[in-house]
Design a protein around this ligand. Structure first.
Ligand code: SAJ
Length: 421
């Protein structure tokens, strides 16, 4: 059978669901991760991240003996690389630059077990040219094998880029239903990659070259970032002009060709707040709108912090006997978006952290997706009801379902998501 054994390198928010999905479709799957805690958790049939329906999928795959996790790659017929692509840790750079070290490390780890006929897929969101780098790194490590070259025929190994495009919170459904963009180094690579994804993908598998596939993914997220920046800019303009931005957007969206997104505390996650920089770092002179959108979204948390400072000043003016040490401020939500526990690049977390440093123990934070009564990145976590019933200032940062179910609390409210009107 083609692709008898599939290996997924990186068992995070994308790799683990992908691995479990192949296992659910009858494949033998070897997941690889450098994090021993993740490996052990998965091998117990449990998961180390929060994603609806993923727990059952992993439990089933492990129980049936189709899914197992290891720390060091073993031979397989297809290798999917789903590792992070962070920025280079260099504060002197004016435009953040992608760091491919995890992709390179993944290549080094699979190179020794590659054999003729294997398929290697880069799923990680990557700057243009990264898939060609994968070929370079693998070829340097395995001189005994031939690797694909654009326009040439026949090689021992097939390499393609197939960017993940699933929405955290809906990963299991979107893995199956979404269309996939498949960019092989050669058309033979693309063909082989389509064959692999068709194991479970019901959407179309659309073939292009590797560079276009890389840029397609970056473009999708940059497009969303620009749209959210427009909404965030509107929210600031509306605040200055005493207009309810949510009402305004709802009205404007009644136009058949207008579809404005929602403002918020800023843009988070490891995707939309990151990927547009991959375009800007490559084309700094030309990517003007994309860069400005990033700056608009990145500056929104500072604006929210200023709003909270103004609310504190208003409260103290209205209550002259109080001081910061005997008032209470609550932040609601730390995750980067509703109904998940993911704190990556979260503007809400950054706001709560900054407010904690300003107001100390007068400030509590609530995150229903993380156990209360603990500290997360320097932020004190409290239970929702206590904070809701006893705070003087309420700062709504994430529209989690628990918060949406409540009406506007008593006290001053800074609502970045427009749910407590
Ligand atoms: N956000 C707003 N207003 C909105 C929509 C989102 O402020 O109207 C904020 C969210 O609160 C969050 C951030 O944007 O902080 C990103 O959230 P998201 O739901 O837009 O996207 P992600 O980061 O969870 O997932 C995106 C998706 N890309 C697109 O929708 C184009 C997903 O399909 C990708 O697979 C994912 O990035 C990725 O991995 O690249």
């Amino acid at each position: 059978m083609a692709f008898d054994t599939i290996s997924v390198i990186g068992l995070g928010y994308i790799g683990l669901p992908t691995a479990a999905m192949f296992a659910a479709h009858g494949k033998k799957v070897i997941g690889v991760d450098v994090n021993q805690h993740a490996v052990d958790t998965i091998n117990r049939g449990e998961i180390h991240i929060v994603e609806p329906d993923l727990d059952a999928l992993v439990a089933q795959g492990v129980a049936k003996g189709r899914l197992r996790a290891v720390a060091v790659p073993e031979p397989a017929d297809a290798f999917l690389i789903a590792v992070p692509t962070p920025f280079e840790n260099d504060s002197s750079l004016s435009v953040p630059k992608p760091d491919l070290k995890y992709i390179q490390a993944a290549c080094s780890s699979i190179a020794p077990v590659l054999k003729k006929g294997d398929l290697v897929i880069l799923e990680s969101t990557s700057p243009v040219g990264a898939t060609e780098k994968v070929v370079e790194w693998l070829a340097a490590a395995r001189e005994d094998l031939s690797f694909p070259v654009e326009g040439a025929m026949n090689a021992d190994i097939f390499v393609a880029h197939c960017p993940e495009r699933v929405l955290p919170g809906h990963v299991v459904r979107e893995l199956i239903e979404n269309d996939r963009v498949i960019g092989g180094i050669t058309s033979a690579c693309s063909k082989k990659a389509v064959e692999l994804y068709k194991v479970f993908v019901q959407g179309d598998c659309v073939v292009t070259n590797a560079r276009t596939a890389e840029m397609a993914k970056l473009t999708e997220n940059a497009s969303r970032d620009v749209s959210i920046a427009f909404a965030n800019e509107l929210s600031i303009i509306c605040d200055e002009t005493d207009i309810d931005v949510w009402e305004l957007i709802a009205l404007a969206n009644r136009h058949p060709r207008v579809n404005i997104l929602q403002p918020g505390p800023g843009v988070g996650g490891h995707c939309i707040a990151v990927d547009p920089w991959f375009i800007v770092s490559r084309s700094p002179e030309s990517a003007r709108l994309i860069k400005t959108a990033r700056e608009v979204n990145d500056s929104k948390p500072l604006w929210v912090i200023e709003k909270v400072k103004l609310a504190v000043a208003d409260f103290l003016t209205a209550n002259p006997k109080k001081s910061i040490s005997n008032m209470r401020i609550a932040c609601y939500g730390l995750a980067f978006k509703p109904d998940i526990d993911d704190l990556r690049e979260s503007p809400a977390l950054n706001i709560a952290r900054e407010l904690t440093s300003l107001y100390g123990t007068s400030l509590v934070s609530v995150e229903p997706n993380i156990e209360a009564n603990m500290q997360v990145n320097g932020v004190n976590l409290s239970k929702f009801d206590g904070a809701y019933n006893s705070s003087d200032i309420h700062v709504l940062l994430v529209d989690h379902k628990e918060f949406k179910a409540k009406s506007k609390p008593v006290g001053l409210v800074v609502d970045t998501k427009g749910i407590w009107k």
